[in-house]
Structures are given as C-alpha cells and as structure tokens.
Design a protein around this ligand. Sequence first.
Ligand code: SF4
Length: 1229
Amino acid sequence: MVGLEMQVAGAVAGALTMYLGVKRYQSGCGVQLVAATEPSDSFMAQCGSANMRALLETHAGGLLDDQMVPTPWLPSGMLQTVYCTMVGLKTDASTRVAYRRELLTLADQGTVSVDWHNEGRERVALVVPGLGGSSYEYHVRALAQRLGARGYTVAVMNHRGSGRTPLTSARLYNAYDTEDLAAVVRHVAAQPGVRHLVAVGYSLGANLLTKHLGEAGAGALIRAGVAVCCPFDTAVAGRALDARGWLNDHVFQPNLVATIKRLVKRNLAVFRAADLAYDLDAVMRATRMSQLDNLVTAPTYGHKDCWAYYAAASSAPYVAKVLRPLLALNTADDPITPMEGVPLEAVRRNPHVAVAVCRHGGHLGFFTGLKPRIWYLDHVATFLDAALAHADTQCASGADEGPRLATPADAESFAFPFAPYAIQLDFMQRLFEAIEQRSLGVFESPTGTGKSLSLLCGALTWLRQHEQRLAKQTEVADDPAAADKAGKADEPDWVRAYARRERQRKREDAAGERETRQRRYDAWVARTRRREAAAAGQGAARPNKRRRTDGGDGDDGLSDSDLLVADYRSGSDGSDGSSDADDSDGEPEEPRGTQIVFASRTHSQLQQLMGELKRTAHAQGLRALTLGGRSQLCAHPRERLRPAAQLNERCLAMQQTRAERCPLLPARRTPLLDFRAAAHAHGPADIEDLALIGRRLHVCAYYGARAAAPAAHLVAMPYNVLLSAAARQAMHVDLRGCVVVVDEAHNLVDAVLAVHSPVLDQPAVDRLAACVAAYRSRYWRRLSPENTRHVLQLGALLRALTRYMRGVAQAHRGAEGASVRVLRVNAFLHDARAEQFNVHAVARYLRVSQLGRKLNMFHDRHASDAAAGPPDAAAAQQGATSPAAAIAALESFIACIGSPERAAARVVVAADGGAARLKYLLLDPAEPFAEILRDARAVILAGGTMAPADDLVRQLRPADRPDDARLFSWPHVVDASHVCATVVASGPTARPLRFARADLAGSAGLSDAGLALAALCRVVPGGVVVFFPSYALLRRAHALWQESQVLARIEKAKHRVLAEDNSRTTGGAAEDILQEYSRCVAQRGGAVLLSVVGGRLSEGINFSDALGRAVVMVGLPFPNLGDAELRARLDYCDAKEESGDMGPRARAMYDALCMRAVNQSIGRAIRHRNDYAAIIFFDVRYAEPRIADKLPRWITDAGSAHASPLKPLPFGPALAQIAAFFKRDFASK
Ligand code: SF4
C-alpha cells in the first residue's frame, strides 16, 4: 500500500516537474520586442499611434502575446535552419500557389522576374527572397498563400538569374545594390489598381529592403515592411557563415555554393561573352561562399576582397533613416544572421522600426507544432494590415504636413530687415531647405555676414510657412468638397465616401488630438482662474495657517516631517518626483506647436540675438523668450544676493514647506498664468524683459519663463540647457519635432563632453558622507525600511569612495605636481571596492527620493546651530560645497558610471595638493547628442568659423546614422583682395620658422621670429596681434626679445608691446590689457598685443579695423599629448587602447582640435566688408596640405589672391608681399 502511494506520489511529482519544466520552457519562448520607448510626433503624424510599440500592442497585439514554441524535434537553431533548407521545395496544402511570371528588363539590360499571385487587389505585398532564393522556396510560397488569403496580391521578385530568371547581363545581384529592388518597387507600384504597397524581405532580401527603405526615407513607395532574419551587419553574418563547423561545412555552404554555381553554369555563355576577368574555372572549384564572393562579387563591385564587400553591404547604418513602419523578425539562435549584427540601439532610437526577437527559430525556420508549420505567417499579415490601416495614404514623412514647402526665391519673403547680400539670401534659402528636409546642417558664415539675422529670418520664415501649411491641411480635411477634389476623378461614390470617412477619422486622430488637448488645457486655465479667484475672496476672511505643528522644532519653520524622505518604492520611476517645483499638480500638458530652439554659448550672445529679432518684422506677434537661470531671474530681495549654487538650493528648499515658500512663487497658479500671458503678449523677451515682467506682476520670472516656454514659437537658451537631458526636462524643453539651431557651434563637441563629464572632489564626498551619517542617526527610527536600506547603501558607497580617495591622496602625498590615472569604469569600481554596490539603484534612489534636498535642509538647520547640533553636522558644514551641490555631483557621477550602455567612458582619478578628484570622462560626444538628433526635426550648427566642419560632424553623428549631414560654407563678406594670407617659412637670418616641440630646444627660431615681427611692424599700419600656442612660449619669447632688444625695436615702430598674462587672467586684467592696447592703437597709431590661442583674448574679442591690421600666428597650438584625458579620447577614437599609436581618426581629431583653435584666433580680425588685414603664419607647417585644408576658405582664397595658395615664402619675399598689400591696396585708407 505504502509502495503504491509512493509510486503515485512519484508519478505526480514527475508529472508536475515535467509540467513546470514545459511551462518554464514555454515562458521563455515569448516574443521580445525592441522598439522606440518614447513616443514620437513624427510617427504619430504617420500612423496615428504613439510609436511602433503602440502600433504592435494596439493593432497587432497577437504578435507580442504569442510564443514561438519550436517543434519539439527541432529544438535548436541549427536544426530549424537545416529543416528549412531540406523542405525548400516541398509542396503541401499550405504552400500551393499559382504564379504568373513577368520579366523586367533593367537599365543595364539585366533581367529580374516578378512572379504574381492573386492578382487584381488594391494591396500588393512585394516579397524579396534571400541569397539563392526565389519564389519557389517553401517559406516564400507559404507566405504568398497566406497573404493572398488575406486579400493581398503577392509579387515575388526573383533576383538576376534566380528562380530560372534568364541572366541577360553579366552582372549578378549582391547584398547592397538596391537598384534592382527600387526598379521593381516602381514597377509594382505603377500597376493599375495598386493603392497600397508593402514588402517582406528574407535574409539578404531583408537587408536590401531595409537599405532601400532607409535610402528612400520619406519618399519610399513601400508603406510598411517586414524583414525576416535580416543580417543588418553583413560582416557579422559573413563571419558566422564562414566559420568552420560541421553544419556550415556540410550543409549551408555546399547548398548556397551549389545554387550560385548552378546559376553560373547555366549562364556560362553570358559570362564568357562579357569577357569578364573572372576565373570561371576557379568559380566552379569554389567550396565556400567567401571564395565565390572573392572571385565574383568583390571584383565586380570594386572591393578588395569579400570582407570589404561584406563590410560595405550592411543595412544597419540605414536603420536610422527608415521612415516607414518596419518590423524585423529575428531569432536568438540564428546561426547565419546572429543577433550580434542587429543594431538594437539604432532601432530603439527610430520610432518607425521595431525588432521582434524569438528565442528559437534558427535562420528562416520559425517552425512550430509537432507537424512543423511556419509560425510568423499570420503575424506578418496582421502587422501589414495594421500598418496600412493606421498609416495615412500619403504616409511620407511630412506628407501629413502637406506638400513640401518651396524655398522662397526672393529676399522679401524672408522679411530681412534690409536688403540682404547675395550670401545672406543664399544662407536663408539653404537653411529653409535644410529644415524642410529634416537635415543635420552645418552652416559656416564668417563674421560680418549677418549670420544671426540670417538664421532668425530663415528659420522663422520656414516656421510661418509651415504653420500655414498645417492650417491648410486641417481646412482641406474639414472641407469634404475640397478633399474630394484631391481624389481621383473616376473613383466611384462609395470609394469617395470611404476616403472621406477615413480622412475625417484621421483628422480627429491627429489634428483633432491637438485641438482636443488645446481645449482641455484652455478649460483647465479657465477653471483654475475661477477657482483661485473664489478662494482668494474667501481667504481674506480665513485666518492664515502659518506653521505646521507636527513636531516642528526648528527656528527655520521646518518640522522633522519636512526633513524626512517620502516613502520610496523600488519600482517607482521617479517621473513624478523629479520636478523641482510643484507647479504641475493636476495641470494638463500644454500643447506645443513646432518650435525653434535656439542655443548659444553665453547669455550676452542670446541677448544680442533677441535684440536682432526685435528689429525684424518676424517679431510682430511672435512668442519668443530666453530661458535663464535663477541667478539672472530671481527677484527675491534677500535670496537673489546669494551665489548661484546656493540660490538654487535655497530656492528648492523653500518650496518644500508652505511656511517657507517664496512669496514670488505662490502655490496658486493664477500669478504664473498671468506671467505667461504677459510674456507671450510682450513679443521677443530677453532676460531683462522677463525680469521686468516678473517685477511688475510680483511673480518669479524664473518659473514664469519655464511656464511660458511650451507655447513659445522660439525659445532661446544657453548650451548647457540644450545639451543636458535633465536640464531640458527641468526647463520644460521638449525637442520632439523642434528645429534646433546652435549658434557659435564650433565648440559644441567640448561643450557636450563637459556637460556629461561630472566631477567629484574629495572634500565634497567627505562632507556628504558625514551628512548622510548624521541624517541616518537622527531619523533611523522614522525612515521606512526601504528608505533605510537605500540610505545605508548610499552611506556605504560614500564610505567606499572616501576610503578610495583618501588612499589616492595619501599615495600621492609628497610627490611633485599632479598625478592622473584614466581607468575603465569597471576597473575603477574594482579599485574602489565598489563593485558590490548597485550604483544604478543608488542613483535612481537619489533622483526619485530627492534625498539631496532633504539633506540640504537638514544641513541648513544644523549649520545654523552647529554648536547645539550633532558633531557630524558641524563637520559637514565646513567648506563651501553644500550637501545638495555635492549630492547633485554624486548623483550625476554615479548615474554615469551606473549606465551600462556607456562604453565610451572612463574615470579620471587625479590627486593634487593633498586631495583626490574623480571625473567621469565621456569620450564620445555622439552618444548624448544622438538624442537631440533623434528628437529634433532638423539640427542646424552654425558659426563664423566651423572649419574643420567634417570633423565636427564625424564626432557628433552617431555611428549608426547615415552620413546625411549637409555642409555649407560662404566666403567672407570682404573681397579676397582684402586679406593677405602669408606663410613665412624662414626668418631674416634664414633660420626656418617651425615651432614643433622638438624645434624649441634652442632659441634660434624664436629669436628670428622676433626679428621678423620687428620688421613686419614697420610695414603694417595700426595694431598687430600675435598669438602663441601657450603661455609658456609667450613668456619665453617675451623674455628673449626683451633681452635681445627686439622688443625695443618693435616698440620703436609700434609704441607699446602688451602681453597677456595667465597669472592675471581675471576678466578685469584681460579687460585692462585690451583697453590699453585699444588706447595705444587709437591715440598713438599702433601697438602689439602678445596673446595666447585659447586665452581670454582669443575668442569673442573684436579686433576690427586698426585694432587688428595683422594677426600673426607663431607655431601651431597642438594640444599637449601628455594630457591623460586627451590621450584617452585619442585612443578611443581609433580603438587603439594599448598601442599608443595615433590612428587616422585620432590624427584627424588631433589636427582638428588644433586648427579649430587657430581659426578662432585668426577670425578676430576682419569684421566687416570694408575691413582688411594680413594673416601671417610664422610656421612653415601651415603650408602643409593636412593643415592648410583645415583653414577657413576665406584664408585659402585670400592666399590665392596674392600668391599661390599659402605657398611658404622666405622672409624677404613674404615681407615684400605684405608691404605691397598695405601699400598698393590700402595706402589711401
Ligand atoms: S522662487 Fe523665484 S524668486 Fe523665489 S527664490 Fe526661487 S528663483 Fe527667487
């Protein structure tokens, strides 16, 4: 009996184990989706869904709910793939289709065939087979039958020579040449009765389809696509297929090779007649695809070998450009197109593309069920149905916007405040086109060409016309008669009625959605105003509740409850806790139109911009404002006197309690709504205008500007707001669909890197650790368990960092200078013994819980009575950095090191002066900039001197974005004859002028440069500005020239030699030098200013007219290769981590760093069309093509006006050329 029970129990346990095992196995067979996680306006415009994920979840949900449980006897990718190969020609009930063949002759007399099935339908699905595939393959027939049953006409394209298509030219097909596919697409789309064209590609065919969609972008005739087992990265697929292994060697390779050989054999006559250099005998002997590609494909298309061909054939770079719904189906066990090649990050960034990954299925298998059947057939049909139903009939990007805007031909259309020069008109026209075409544009227009005005007028003209276009679209949709006219004249009534209903629905979905949101928002505003007006009336009679009484014990009005962090749940996303003002409670999001987001380096540049804008007719009725910081806009009588960092923290802390709340930011919304209305009615409002409005209405202008930003047509902001996602979020800046214009963008790479490279110093970490410890010991009884756990984690992490930094400082004690080490992030975590911490979770906790603010208030309270407070607090108050500032630095530092995606990052560990410092060093600016490129409609980078612009684009453009940047450069407004550019190869004593590090051992060259300068000063009128690569060289030259009396000779000609001094580089000192220099030039007819490239007098200073008749560049300011951070960037550039060599990309970047600085310095002279100057290079290397190519065009053009382009001249002829320039051309001026 007991034995029976045991057997039953064993059987039950066995069955249960099997059941659970199967369940677990099945649960692993769900479909993983990779898709854009953020909604995208552009996709909304196209598909009426938030994004690809929404489209799949809402309208093709079956795919995501389904599981691809493989056939039990085909459990691996290899077996699935082999089975797919074996059943290639099998016919059963599910694959029996009848085709009608059509042969298409292509432009080169080659032939492809199209096999038609179920003809005569409005919806056509084009199927593109893979390598060696054709319409007769099992999976192609199965799909054709299923799509036919779902109401599609199916057109299967057979590549040249495939599926018994005659080979009529010696050219075969390959993995990247999309010409044939484009021809077939055009042909199919042009067939009578075809209204909607979709496509499905398999393997190589999927690669071609993806590439074609990327190339066609908004103009693609295909409305939606599915890519099955797309390799994306063909080099990865090539390697996988070429790897040695039984299945590759005995199944896949022989199969593919035999197919291609058959094709060649059948068409030997064609190849022989074409007299191609192929070794046909070798082709017939080949046993691997790589051999065939080496023999045929690579030479045909001009590649060195098959690997170069595979590298060039990838469709991955085109993923970012796809503007049609594209679903990729891949499997995790695909032996031929492994997941390694799928560009997941690019897919995440493109809201039009999604990848659905099945755990099993192999290459093109996807067999499920005991009797194998293909799993995806219905899903493909459902997705295509959904994409067609929810994509507009004119689904082009911008098609919903209406027809493409024509570029205005005349100056009047741009409302330029005066008659523009030809280059200004051209600038505005190219800008208009770049915005309309959603481009990344680099615009270089030298100083004096009215760049700011051109940017404003070009962008605002586009915005005005774009808004008119959108309004017109809504009118057409509203007017059935007008809409009907847009249809075909011979359409039957029911088709017109259907189309009308569809248009109506879409209008309600898209434009209607916008209107609904606007109505909802307006209603909220009206309701809020009414409610608050009523409350204000009653409030007069009600006594004021001044202070909470729940244990409040501080003189600061704060209770202990105010200092406690709110309950925290690990799963909360923090989205509701990240705002630093409680002004969003219950407020619906304000609808935004398309905005121009204008960024520049400094507030004074933004101030000038608004001034320019006010001069134009665009200012009329324009809502434009500048976003500033609290330090510029705060009107609180006491708080605004604090330093910026303290003001920020104090302002945030004040918002935490009702009693402390700033009177200029009342809890009521009406004052901010009043501010918003006033700011919008004002016209373009700069910082001063906003501050005035704030004072007039007695409202905080800082929060007022933030509230007014969403509804503005143009929002101006400094770089740091644009470049930081957190700052954008805090300032309510949403870049989706916006036009981003970055002025003075030559330093953008440095700005991006600086914004994303937070620094932690040792005193801040020490203080923070002490403060956290004090906070925990005070509140440990009242913190929730979750909070306690996280505060403990934070404390432990801080202690680990403190120990590590003390150790670093200790090790360096007594050493000379600073020590710097650059570590990989994991190596740093290991060294700091912080590997066991989940730094990502800690960062998240800090962000969500806002512990930093609580710590700050806690610190403030105990700082005010440190003697009575806990000893930790007294320690915590020493030094300048408050806990909030320190915790903000810690938060961004650990958010960075906890970010798993960031491969392009290091941690710099530095020790100097007895303290250590940690810096997160971002190496690749393209990574954070990708978000801006993804969200914005167009990104325009403008500047007076953008050269070398190609390096700027290379650094900012993500690797997976196609090279679609458009570079524009205009000549200077001055005629080339107003510039004399001269490279002086040697000095008066014939010593070569060359100042590379190795050349500076002796002082002969420098001495000769002094003599040359003295001679020049006799022939150059007015002021001469001399730039050195470093302060060290400037000081050395100054001392040498003084000693040798060269300075006295120069002063004889120019009265005064002034030298910039980095020991006194405060703004005031630099200003004094500049004033004295200007005075000497104005009153005594000349002076010489010795300055440094990149110093305070090299950027943003105007040396126009007599202030800069000559600019002399002594040497080339290459950055110091001893700088560990620079070295890390260069190494990363060419992925030459250990070799120490500088590869071609690093070399280009290094040269560009130098030349960008040179170009900024020489751009200080010649500021308007009547100005003139000599630009003189005291270093023969300026004539080398590698350097000369990176000079601005107005310099190289000028060189050709006076001599051959920048040909190095010995001193005598150089001096004669410069003297002649001033004597001949400008003697009378
Ligand atoms: S709310 Fe505005 S006015 Fe008040 S302290 Fe903060 S920035 Fe200043």
